[in-house]
Design a protein around this ligand. Sequence first.
Ligand code: DGL
Length: 265
Amino acid sequence: MDNRPIGFLDSGVGGLTVVKELIRQLPQEEVVYIGDSARAPYGPRSAEQIRDFTWDLVRFLLTKDVKMIVIACNTATAVVWEDIKAKLDIPVIGVILPGASAAIQTNQGGKIGVIGTPMTIQSDIYREKIQLLSPQTEVMSLSCPRFAPLVESNEISSNLARQVVYESLIPMIDQGVDTLVLGCTHYPLLRPLIQEAVGDGVSLIDSGAECIRDVSVLLNYFQLNRSWQEGEPNHRFYTTASAKIFKEIAENWLKIEINVEHVDL
Ligand code: DGL
């Protein structure tokens, strides 16, 4: 048993989609979350900046004595997961490999679509990981730079959001893709609009939610589960921007009351 919390990091509120799945699948675990909304979006930034910012978040989580870190951000996973994993002596989970395997499992027609931030798509990491596991599978990638800013400003169901989502996804429509990876943890907040744009025949893969299966396997393997005797978990959320906006988005999404603190990194 290890009763310490699990650390989650993201450029902003996107990692909450991963936390939601953790709370559903592993309700006894405790969360410490840091979202860097003051510097979001990460997607259009240089690899060097993304690396530096992500390390800032990792260092913050380490001060909270976490037993494991979940990089709940595809962009940060694409750029710096391997480096962080190699340097820390606690398990570090990224979201890309779990998303790639889930997509292969679901896919029927041999063609998988991937949407993500400019950096994730430019890195081509989903194609690399999907074809590493299944070389015959075709991958069609599309960058959607306007999605994360919509979510950060809590525009997830407005007419503007519907229009941006539809327009951005036009190149993906009628391409014979039956599986679409939501390769950014912000995108599940836009899921109904994305599904409406691509049609019901396309299965959406939530890369962040998929990674909780890996979290669970590692907790079991290394016997790191938190004990029920500790009582209800006391989740803690931190943001580098407005605690009020973060709290509004988070409570609406997670359907629980939470404490949010502003921090300067
Ligand atoms: N949530 C992030 C991801 O999964 C990044 C969004 C952004 O900051 O551009 O890629």
